[in-house]
Write a protein that binds this ligand. Structure first.
Ligand code: PEP
Ligand code: MG
Length: 596
């Protein structure tokens, strides 16, 4: 739980207003709003001191010089008879001959604001008035202006760190936040986060939960309803945003915060967990970076069951070198101890490593994950070499993401073997990682038996499995009602994968968000799951729950589901069963919340 912002107390000027939202990370945050404007890049308003203006102008000028260099190169590399060379010519004109850059400089000097913000307001100004401006280089060119602005932002990106004083104790509001931005924000300790877009299984929400940052999403037109500095309460327990709360409401929520804070103290827990009738359930932690470990520790988990290695790829899209990755993986091994780490190879889209121009219309079905690794294998080979080296003397396994069938496994294994041979030929010591497949798309569920014969273990990625099985975008709150974890098709798919692995004699680790949610865990155990990997923050409550239930009752629970036809019926059935049999085992509020 984050600190409260004392300055919020006091009678507001407007009456209190409440908006319902999607709660994606539990907790309560009270503070004043700071906007973070972000799609691919983050840009935000910072007021500069009088002697910071010159430095900011220098930052802008070097970003402009870099952008100009890129455009010149693109224009000269493209044959002049192709229309795209004209486009780069137009972009150069905007940069060199229009009033665009002058206006940005003027905004920095006159309003004493940072370059990103000056760029945003000048771009918005031109885009809004593009039809009426006198400047011929800009008239009717809003897409080109946005494109040039994006390039300048890329060049600025990362050259200014977050200003801790602006963000500490504040409520960060943004249309959408990338996971890397959440990671940065955790270092400046905001009170809470509000976004327009994002669902429960979005990576940003997962990270917010991992770092105990209260977060809500699904609030439309944030910029219209909130202004910087507004007082708000983020209720990440019930999914509500309270604008201009009155003193009574603030006090009520403060009291809730202190109750919640005193309850969350966690000690070290036992590593072995068994159900009340003796079935062993292995609990591992989802930990991406050693930083995340610092935040939560392993809390008695049996090693790291999922490390999303793409968190090493910085905002700028730079993939770390082999040695940098070796250091990071070795550090995770230290944290994980003898139970080891499962490193999932980069689960990223082409847009994260190439220029914006490669943007795909449908990135979650595009050149991403293992497909990207097999199509442009340079990054994959580097990563595999780092893992093979880190595996020397350590328990470290490779997990291949978004596998659609055995062919992906055969091709990936061939690359892994090639890299091993090369390292051995060079006399470099390597270990022997096991290789596992993420099962998260329908085709891999239907061929799980064949896949199981080609790998050492399976990982059930329920976040994507629900998305792909039900054809529902997990990041789109507009279709959140169709994202049904308890859909009969999802339950049958999970059962099929668990049984294919059992027949093939290999373990399955359930590592999506379902595995860390108390509401779903008895169901997973009844279906046959014996290994669960979850955010460190869920481990304590799941261990308590598991040790209080019996396997035989969990199996009975599953038997009662077979004839139910909708997720709503299944949810109602589970809730009733839990209340009757295990009411006291569930953390407060869990049985009242919606869990479809
Ligand atoms: C999943 O899809 O369930 C999973 C564990 O991976 P991610 O959330 O990173 O897609
Ligand atoms: Mg996934």
């Amino acid at each position: 739980m984050t600190d409260l912002n004392q300055s919020i107390v006091g009678e507001p000027l407007r009456p209190e207003q409440r908006l319902s939202a999607l709660a994606v990370s539990r907790g309560i945050g009270i503070g004043r709003v700071v906007f973070l404007h972000s799609d691919k890049h983050r840009h935000f308003r910072i007021e500069l001191g009088p002697n910071e203006v010159e430095g900011e102008l220098d930052r802008l000028r070097s970003a402009i010089a870099e952008t100009r260099g890129q455009l010149l190169k693109l224009a000269t590399d493209t044959p002049s008879d192709q229309p795209v060379s004209d486009i780069f010519g137009v972009h150069l004109l905007i940069l060199e001959q229009s009033s665009f850059v002058q206006r940005i400089e003027a905004a920095i000097s006159e309003q004493r604001i940072n370059a990103e913000w000056a760029l945003k307001i000048v771009t918005d100004h031109y885009v809004e008035r593009q039809g009426s401006t006198d400047d011929e280089h800009i008239r009717e060119k809003s897409l080109d202006i946005k494109d040039v602005a994006n390039r300048i932002l890329s060049a600025l990106d990362g050259t200014r760190p977050f200003a801790p004083l602006t963000y500490a104790g504040s409520v960060i509001a943004a249309p959408e936040l990338r996971p890397s931005t959440i990671l940065e924000l955790t270092k400046v300790n905001p009170a809470a986060i509000i976004t327009e877009r994002g669902g429960w299984t979005s990576h940003s929400s997962i990270l917010a939960r991992e770092f105990h940052l209260p977060m809500i999403s699904g609030i439309k037109r944030l910029e219209q309803i909130l202004s910087s500095g507004a007082s708000v309460i983020v209720d990440g327990m019930n999914g509500e945003l309270i604008l201009d709360p009155n003193t009574e409401t603030v006090e009520h929520f403060r009291a809730m915060v202190s109750r919640h804070t005193t309850k969350t103290g966690e000690g070290t827990r036992p590593a072995a967990v068994t159900t009340a009738d003796g079935a062993e359930i292995i609990i591992r932690a989802n930990i991406d970076t050693p930083d995340a470990y610092q935040a939560g520790g392993l809390r008695g988990a049996r090693g790291i069951g999922l490390s999303r290695s793409e968190s090493l790829i910085r905002r700028s899209g730079t993939v770390p070198s082999e040695d940098e990755q070796l250091a990071a993986y070795s550090q995770l091994c230290q944290v994980a101890g003898p139970d080891g780490v499962k490193i999932r190879t980069f689960d990223i889209g082409i847009d994260q490593v190439e220029d914006d121009r490669s943007a795909e219309r449908n990135p979650s079905l595009g050149l991403r994950s293992i497909r990207l690794s097999l199509t442009i294998p340079t990054f994959f080979r580097t990563q595999v070499r780092a893992i093979l080296r880190a595996a020397c003397g350590n328990r470290i396994d490779i997990v291949l993401p978004m596998i659609t069938g055995v062919e992906d496994i055969i091709r990936s294994r061939a690359l892994i073997d090639e890299e091993r041979e090369k390292l051995e030929a060079a006399g470099i010591a390597v270990g022997v990682p096991l290789v596992g497949a993420m099962i998260e798309v329908p085709s891999s569920v239907l061929t799980a038996r064949e896949i199981a014969a080609k790998v050492d273990f399976l990982c059930l990625g329920t976040n994507d499995l629900v998305q792909h099985l039900l054809a529902v975008d997990r990041d789109n709150h507009l279709v959140a009602d169709w994202y049904q974890t308890l859909h009969p098709a999802v339950i049958r798919a999970i059962a099929a994968v668990l049984s294919a692995a059992r027949e093939g004699g290999i373990p399955v680790l359930v590592c999506g968000e379902m595995a860390g949610s108390a509401f779903y865990v008895p169901l997973l155990i009844g279906l046959g799951a014996r290994e669960l990997s979850m955010n460190a923050s869920s481990i304590g409550q799941i261990q308590d729950l598991v040790s209080g239930i019996t396997l035989s009752e969990a199996e009975e629970l599953v038997a009662g589901i077979e004839k139910l036809e909708t997720s709503e019926e299944i949810e109602r059935y589970l809730r009733r069963h839990y209340r009757e049999h295990w009411n006291s085992l569930f953390p407060p509020g869990i049985l009242d919340a919606k869990h479809r």
